[in-house]
Design a protein around this ligand. Structure first.
Ligand code: PRP
Ligand code: MN
Ligand code: MG
Length: 179
């Protein structure tokens, strides 16, 4: 699998350090708010698990599966809810946990859904941001790393469902998806 990586952008240790910092910051900011922390499946599953281990406050978790990419390196532009939340968000301080913001379409759709369900507040934490991909005007409240305009995989991010289990984030060799 590592053979298919052209360049490692952040290794496992750098990611763990950043996730710890984000967790500590979020713990301070959400203390006494009993946030509903929402993992956006599938990509955010590893970040979510590592993040909440670094949040020493009462919180609740839920999961939502959203997809816009399919087996492609480009967003289809059509966002679909594959699995909805189990928990009502009305009156809750909601913290969305995402692996990456690229075009911003997934999150703008999701924020709209949660606001229409009358969440008390909606906050976004993303580990990675790719500002060059943006087609809608949207910024996360908390961002780990800003990435260059390249197709990246690992630490939850896939290409055609593979590479999610890499503990690092790296640029995929173009020959992997052009063949
Ligand atoms: C990826 C990623 C984000 C979204 C970001 O998910 O995990 O959720 O795309 O792209 P955007 O800002 O252009 O919307 P994907 O649709 O590939 O589903 P997955 O998480 O199951 O891989
Ligand atoms: Mn995703
Ligand atoms: Mg994907």
């Amino acid at each position: 699998m590592l053979n298919d990586i052209q360049e490692v952008l952040y290794d496992a240790e750098q990611i763990q350090q950043k996730v710890k910092e984000l967790g500590e910051q979020l713990s301070r900011d959400f203390n006494d708010r009993n946030p509903l922390v929402i993992c956006i499946l599938k990509g955010a599953f590893i970040f979510m698990a590592d993040l909440v281990k670094n949040m020493d406050i009462p919180l609740e978790l839920d999961f939502m599966a959203i997809s816009s990419y399919g087996a492609s390196t480009k967003s289809s532009g059509v966002v679909k809810i594959i699995k909805d939340l189990d928990t009502p968000v009305e009156g809750r301080d909601v913290l969305i946990v995402e692996d990456i913001i690229d075009s911003g379409l997934t999150l703008s759709y999701l924020i709209d859904v949660l606001e229409r369900r009358n969440a008390k507040s909606v906050t976004v934490a993303t580990l990675f941001d790719k500002p060059a991909g943006r087609t809608v005007d949207l910024e996360a409240d908390y961002t780990g790393f800003t990435l260059p305009d390249a197709f990246v995989v690992g630490y939850g991010l896939d290409y055609a469902e593979r590479y999610r289990n890499l503990p690092l984030i790296g640029i995929l060799k173009p020959e992997v998806y052009s063949k």
